[in-house]
Write a protein that binds this ligand. Structure first.
Ligand code: 8DG
Length: 141
């Protein structure tokens, strides 16, 4: 029997014109590609709770204005079917810098301009951004 789809929550943290990305390490899917902070939805969690928890666990940052943006279904192989929920947020404290709290999973966190995105990017995210998806609120960007 095929494995069940996995549900991931990925978070665009927006700061001025920039988005926070980290390069994934080899132990997980999307090895060596740039992706957003995020992780798997745990039983009983809302998308907002999952976003805040994963961002805190991975970067030490606290976020606010957490909002649902979109969700997509991606079949990556015979064995991997992702349902990715994309959220956006702002930093609670603009002065705080991200820490790499899970160095076994991520090489480090860097801010990137929407017009100058890092490559190679994690497949599901790349598909969305290549199709013109813009995570910034329309009034400010
Ligand atoms: N982190 C992250 N996950 C993403 C992105 N796009 C996307 O489809 N996903 C999917 C892949 C996975 O199915 C799921 C969670 O990803 P993950 O591989 O980072 O999970 P993790 O090990 O940090 O999480 P966990 O098991 O500790 O909860 O979300 C993205 O940009 N960033």
């Amino acid at each position: 029997m095929s494995p069940a789809p996995e549900i991931g929550v990925a978070v665009f943290i927006l700061k001025n014109d920039q988005i926070l990305f980290g390069r994934r390490r080899s132990s997980s899917i999307g090895a060596y590609t740039y992706a957003l902070p995020g992780g798997h939805l745990e039983f009983g969690e809302s998308f907002e709770e999952c976003a805040a928890r994963e961002v805190k666990e991975e970067t030490g940052l606290e976020i606010k204005n957490i909002e649902f943006l979109t969700a997509n279904s991606f079949v990556l192989s015979d064995k991997v079917h992702l349902v990715a929920v994309f959220m956006r947020s702002n930093l609670s404290d603009l002065e705080k810098t991200p820490q790499n709290l899970e160095p076994d999973k991520c090489e480090g966190w860097v801010w990137h301009d929407l017009k100058n995105l890092p490559e190679p990017m994690f497949g599901p995210l790349k598909t969305m951004l290549d199709n013109g998806f813009n995570p910034f609120p329309t009034e400010s960007k």
